[in-house]
Design a protein around this ligand. Sequence first.
Ligand SMILES: *Cc1c(COP(=O)(O)O)cnc(C)c1O
Length: 428
Amino acid sequence: MPSKSQELFRKALSLMPGGVNSPVRAFRAVGGEPIFIASGKGSRITDVDGKSYIDYVLSWGPLIVGHCHPEVVEALARALQSGTSFGASTAAEVELAERIQEAFPSIQRVRLVNSGTEATMAALRVARAATGREKILKFEGCYHGHADSLLVKAGSGVATLGLPDSPGVPRALAELTITVPFNDPAALEEAFRIHRHQLAAAIVEPVVGNAGCIPPRAGFLEKLRALTAEQGTVLIFDEVMTGFRVAFGGAQQLYGIQPDLTTLGKIIGGGLPVGAYGGIATLMDLVAPTGPVYQAGTLSGNPLAVAAGLKVLEIIHRRGFYERLEAVTEKLTEGLKERASRCRVPFTVNRVGSMFTAFFTGEAVTDYSSAKRADAGRFAKFFRGLLKRGIYFPPSQFEAAFVSSAHGDEEVKETLRAAGKAMAILAK
Ligand SMILES: *Cc1c(COP(=O)(O)O)cnc(C)c1O
């Protein structure tokens, strides 16, 4: 008898490309078929067959307080009573903008949009308009959404599926995107030398999440800041994943670097569709209606997304939130290392705050090339071993896993027990 998930997937395959609405959900890189989720509560999700899992995907990052946090549910219910969308200004969006500005001193003005993709696309447009230049620089394995200019050597699903740069992106546009390896200051200097005074923007995930979790080496972001400042290139920190995740004020707070523009998403919508871009006033005032750079959205600043986002920001701003989150995550990653070493499986785990990735390699993972050298076959087996035991990890080597405040010692214990068994099988 096929499971309900299997039945649904069969039907979905005839209705949607690959049966999914976003590629990595199809489990292509890890084998097997995707589970269909019926509900989530706290740290756990339940599939349509009634099996429960500890969730380390958390909607790919937004759910930093877990599923259906009672305060978030209440805030959403209240907002719902007042109307779902007006396409006009509301008090709550002003409040969210204020919260964002307080958390990110580099953001003097912010514009809310509906996804991270929209945010990075608009940020690039502002940078190109401000500089009158067309070339942009990005880093191999970084993913900034699926806008044409940014689908060059991209991470996330592009890396997961091993796709070449996407067909459908005009070559003329792709040629304007220069890529260099992450964490390689010499390559960075070389790119700035070759394209001297021609780069409109440099965009980076300050902690890479979309090639798996890869922290910046000491001095790397500083070098990027110095080179962009020297050449009048707009520095964009894509903090769609890291914003409010690695610290309340994002990676820019953690590493003490001020970008010119920042993109946000995920956590600021509390699990509803959202994105934002913002930065120094002189750049953001180029955006219409103040300036000529056009960008608009029917549902931008949506009252439900804003209500959820505001509540999540309130919860995570409470004393000790990040300390506890990080302590739980560290216990988990240290435990994974310990079990891998007991099973004599070559293993590296990268972690920044409450995001991490397990790589099956004895080598340090510092960029996209070293991430690709990890044993993806082993990762797939590990993933399936965990899934079978009720642990839901990201179904790809090239994605970060996340911990929420709903995860605690019990979840860590249960996860490590499952991981120990999954690794023991790998060792054979
Ligand atoms: C998720 C993500 C995006 C894309 O956001 P969407 O809301 O999926 O369009 C962009 N940049 C980074 C760093 C991300 O992690």
